[in-house]
Design a protein around this ligand. Structure first.
Ligand code: IPD
Ligand code: CA
Ligand code: CA
Length: 258
């Protein structure tokens, strides 16, 4: 496992250099996917192609699920699976050139083994899993305190808050405050570090894969909004929190009218 960890760290480092070079060139191509806010750039595609090339060389048998270039669906999760979000927070990447992440997850026989979330411009890597623990750069992280909803900050998807989906506004009201970064990776970093005590959003597999492996490794909880396992196929509502905040939020979900 150590060899794979070192490899993945090197791929992430190289991918981040590629991104920084592209930012400096300042001639990105930006396209929309499913709406005017759903962006993809030539850099997202290039980074994913680079990562896939490295993964194929490292383990030609491994399967790959990635957001871009038609790799967004996988039938068979047997063996080793790499899950890639080449740039998480593309809207931030385009408009701010910061507050975006590279995310990679490794599954073996359907079990989450390793997660990596790299905040590129801050040079901050969260990585780890159940067997090895969770680290921020090279420093080991401990399980954050099991804060109740009222005692911490909740990361939330702005659309869910606006529409009050699943009682999102009441979750916000009961907490110390709401934070919205536009980047699932950053929200999950904040939960894993203990800066926030919950995160609720609507996410695709590459948005939640790496973070949920580390959330679980630290004894926190995650599921889809009904409390079931995530499907790893298409978007669904995602909730992750400290055990106490998770139960409180699920109660609010159960009481919701929409
Ligand atoms: C998006 C971001 C955002 C989340 C969206 C994701 P992308 O990822 O993580 O925070 O609310 O659901 O799609 O498209 O920038 O990789
Ligand atoms: Ca994403
Ligand atoms: Ca992305």
């Amino acid at each position: 496992m150590q060899i794979m960890i070192n490899e993945i760290k090197n791929w992430i480092k190289e991918a981040s250099e590629l991104i920084k070079k592209e930012i400096a060139k300042n001639d990105m191509t930006v396209d929309t996917k499913e709406g005017r806010r759903d962006l993809v750039t030539n850099v997202d595609k290039q980074v994913q192609d680079f990562l896939i090339e490295q993964m194929n060389t490292f383990d030609p048998e491994a399967k790959i699920l990635g957001e871009e270039n038609g790799r967004d669906h996988l039938e068979d999760f047997s063996g080793r699976v790499f899950v890639i979000d080449p740039i998480d927070g593309t809207l931030n990447f385009v408009l701010e050139q910061e507050n975006f992440c590279i995310m990679i997850a490794v599954y073996e026989e359907g079990q989450g083994k390793l997660g990596f979330i790299y905040n590129v411009m801050e040079d901050l890597l969260l990585w780890g899993g159940k067997e090895i623990g969770v680290f921020i750069n090279e420093e080991s992280l401990t399980t954050p305190p099991d804060l109740a909803l009222k005692d911490g900050l909740v990361g939330m998807n702005s659309g869910m808050y606006r529409k009050n989906s699943y009682n999102a506004q009441l979750m916000a009201e009961r907490s110390m405050g709401v934070r919205m970064s536009g980047c699932a990776g950053l929200e999950l970093i904040d939960l894993i570090k203990g800066n926030h005590n919950a995160y609720v959003s609507t996410l695709a597999p590459w948005d939640y894969a790496a973070g949920s492996i580390m959330v679980e490794a630290l004894g926190m909880k995650f599921s889809n909004i009904n409390g079931s396992s995530l499907k790893f196929d298409g978007r669904e509502h995602f909730i992750a929190a400290t055990p106490t905040a998770y139960e409180e939020m699920m109660d609010l979900v159960a009481q919701a009218k929409n």
